[in-house]
Design a protein. Sequence first.
Length: 210
Amino acid sequence: MKWLAYLLIVAGISTMLYPKAKSMYYSYQETQLLAEWHTSAHASKNKVQQSYQQLDDVFSQETNPKENNDAKTSHSGIIGKLTIKKIDLTIPIMEGASQQNLKVAAGHLNGTPSLGEIGNAAIAAHRSYTYGKQFNRLPEVDTGDFIKIETTSKILTYQVTKKLLVEPSDLSVLQNNRNRSTITLITCHPMKNPTHRYIVKAVLYKEEVL
């Protein structure tokens, strides 16, 4: 009957160790999830930084009106349109702030939240040499003015809260808002041989479902 005694001892030890083993397992899973989240968040942050920093090359290239007229792009890349009544501006928004996209539209920076979502969606555009085109007149926008973004499913009205002039290396303008839907409009300053970024920030004022 010794085997029965050993079996009971093993069973007793197993019963005592099970809660500890279970706790250790869940702690391990928690650690793994946190590590994955950190890696994902870090990758997302790097993507945002890369998108913002590539604007150095995009803004440094002077806009060629002929290139704008001849530029061909797919309408499938358009994710919405941006309207600022104060400066008589309506411009399409495309996904990605590439040189090709910014020739004909504003570009939503990869890695930033989608339009209308909680967080800080960044949108960049050139300042065209043609008056009233692209973000040419963005500095005329004042705190309290409204910016409207229309997507296929909703109309988002944002109210301007802040205007900034920052160094190209200043990534603080892309900092996320964890509680509200915000947008950050980005363009170059001055128009020729830009050395800074002109920034307009706005918060969601009203959302209408289409």
